[in-house]
Design a protein around this ligand. Structure first.
Ligand code: MEV
Length: 430
C-alpha cells in the first residue's frame, strides 16, 4: 500500500506532531520541515532579491489539507491562507469523496497565449492571411529566443490571428501559442512576443503596440471531477440543496461571484503555498467564467442515476514549478516537495481538485447549517485561547460557548473558572 493522506484526527494534533507526520509522508529533510513551519523566518536576502524596496516578509498561516486522493494517488496539500475553515472544509470534502475513489483529473498541454496588437492596418483580412501564410517564419523567430525550452519539448507551436473591433476600428491581434512546459510562462512568452513584433509589423504594414501574454489561458486548462455519496453528504435533501446552490450561481452573477470566490479560496491557497502567481490564476479563472458572454460558475453539480452528487470543474491554470518564487522561496519549495508533483500540469490538476472540493464544502454548508457554524468553532477556539484557557480545557470551553451561542472572552474565563472549581471538587471527593 502507498502512503496515505487519510490521517485521523490531524486537526486535533499539536503543530509539532503534524509537522512530524508531514515530514515522514514526504521524506522532507529537517531544513525543509523547518521551512514549512516558517519559524526560522525568511533569510533577509530573499525578499530583497524578490521585489523592490523590500523591508521584510509577511507570514501567512500554512495548513495541510488531508484526505485527498487524486487519480488514485494520495496527496497532502499545503494551503497558505489567512481565512479560517478553508483547510478544514477542503479536507472534509476530500474525505467524503474518498468513498467513491476521490478526484479524477485531466488537463491540456501547458500552452500559453502571447498577444501582439497590430494597429493601423488598412486591409485587416489580407494582413490576417499573410500572417497565417508566413506563420512558420514567425514561429521560428520566436523559438530562437528560447532554445532551452525548445530542447525540452516546448516552444512556440502555433499561431492564430483575430480581427477585433475596437473603439478605434478594426485591430489585428496575433496569438502565438507557446508550450511553456513546467514554467508559468510569462517570461518566455513575453520575450517571444517582443522579439517577433518587428517582423509582424513588416508583414502587415501596421504598428505594433502591446506584446504580452494573456492570462485568459484557454489552451492551458485543468479539470477535475468527483462523486460524493448522498449518505456521506447527509442524504437526498443535501444533494438537492447543493444542486439548487449551483443553479442559483448559474442564473445570477451576484451569487456566482461568491460561488467562484469559494472555489478560489482553495486554489489561491495552493498557489500561494507553492509560490505561484495568485493574481494570474484569479484573472484567468474569472475571465474564463465569463467566456460565454455571461458570468458563470467554474463548477457544475448534478445527480448520478443512484442519487449521488457529481461535481466537475474546468479552468485555466497557468502554474509553474520552476522559476520565480517557486525556485527561490524555501517554504514554496518545501510545499512542492510535500505535494510530490512532478510537472506543472500535475500541480494544476491538484489545484483544480482542491477548488472543486472547496466549492462542494461551501455549498453543502450553505444549503444546510450555513457557514457560520464552521467559522464559529475556530473563532471560539481563538477566543478561548486568548482568554488564557489552559490547553486541556479548550475543547470543553469551546463546546459550552457554542452550545450557549455566547462566544466571548468574559464567558470563556467564567467557564474556565467553573470547570476548574468542578475539577478541584471532584479531586477532593475522589
Ligand atoms: C467564503 O470565503 C466563501 C463562501 O462565501 C463561498 C460560497 O458562498 O459559495 C462560503
Amino acid at each position: 500500500m502507498g502512503r496515505t493522506s487519510r490521517i485521523e484526527g490531524f486537526y486535533k494534533m499539536g503543530m509539532a506532531e503534524r509537522i512530524r507526520i508531514v515530514k515522514e509522508f514526504a521524506e522532507l529533510t529537517p531544513e525543509e520541515a523547518m521551512a514549512l513551519t516558517g519559524f526560522g523566518g525568511l533569510n533577509p536576502d530573499i525578499p530583497d532579491k524578490m521585489i523592490e524596496n523590500a523591508v521584510g516578509s509577511f507570514p501567512v498561516p500554512l495548513g495541510i489539507a488531508v484526505n485527498f486522493t487524486i487519480n488514485g494517488k494520495d496527496y497532502l496539500i499545503p494551503m497558505a491562507i489567512e481565512e479560517p475553515s478553508v483547510v478544514a472544509a477542503a479536507s472534509n470534502s476530500a474525505k467524503m469523496a474518498r468513498e467513491k475513489g476521490g478526484f479524477w483529473t485531466s488537463s491540456t498541454a501547458p500552452v500559453m497565449i502571447g498577444q501582439i496588437q497590430i494597429t493601423g492596418v488598412k486591409d485587416p483580412n489580407r494582413a490576417k492571411h499573410v500572417l497565417l501564410e508566413r506563420k512558420h517564419e514567425i514561429l521560428d523567430l520566436a523559438n530562437k529566443q528560447d532554445p532551452v525550452l525548445v530542447k525540452v519539448g516546448g516552444g512556440a507551436k502555433d499561431l492564430g490571428v483575430r480581427i477585433i473591433h475596437t473603439l478605434h476600428g478594426p485591430s489585428v491581434i496575433v496569438h502565438i501559442h507557446v508550450d511553456v512546459r513546467d514554467a508559468m510562462g510569462a517570461n518566455a512568452v513575453n520575450t517571444m512576443a517582443e522579439a517577433v513584433a518587428p517582423m509582424v509589423e513588416e508583414m502587415t504594414g501596421g504598428r505594433v503596440y502591446l506584446r504580452i501574454l494573456s492570462n485568459l489561458a484557454t489552451h492551458r486548462l485543468a479539470r477535475a471531477r468527483a462523486i460524493w455519496p448522498k449518505e456521506a453528504l447527509g442524504g437526498d435533501e443535501v444533494v438537492n440543496g447543493v444542486i439548487e446552490a449551483y443553479v442559483f450561481a448559474d442564473a445570477d452573477p451576484y451569487r456566482c461571484a461568491t460561488h467562484n470566490k469559494g472555489i478560489m479560496n482553495g486554489i489561491d491557497a495552493v498557489m500561494l503555498a507553492t509560490g505561484n502567481d495568485t493574481r494570474a490564476i484569479e484573472a484567468g479563472a474569472h475571465a474564463y467564467a465569463a467566456m460565454s458572454g455571461s458570468y458563470k460558475p467554474l463548477t457544475t453539480f448534478e445527480k448520478t442515476p443512484e442519487g449521488d452528487l457529481v461535481g466537475t470543474i474546468e479552468l485555466p491554470m497557468a502554474v509553474g514549478l520552476i522559476g520565480g518564487a517557486t525556485k527561490v522561496h524555501p517554504t514554496a519549495r518545501a510545499c512542492i516537495k510535500l505535494l510530490g508533483v512532478k510537472t506543472a500540469q500535475e500541480l494544476g490538476e491538484v489545484a483544480a481538485a482542491v477548488g472543486l472540493a472547496q466549492n462542494l464544502a461551501a455549498l453543502r454548508a450553505l444549503a444546510t447549517v450555513g457557514i457560520q457554524k464552521g467559522h464559529m468553532s475556530l473563532h471560539a477556539r481563538n477566543i478561548a485561547a486568548s482568554a488564557g484557557c489552559p490547553p486541556e480545557l479548550i475543547d470543553e470551553v469551546v463546546r459550552v460557548m457554542i452550545a450557549e451561542k455566547k462566544i466571548r472572552m468574559d464567558r470563556a474565563q467564567e467557564i474556565v473558572q467553573e470547570l476548574t472549581r468542578e475539577k478541584s471538587k471532584q479531586s477532593k471527593m475522589g
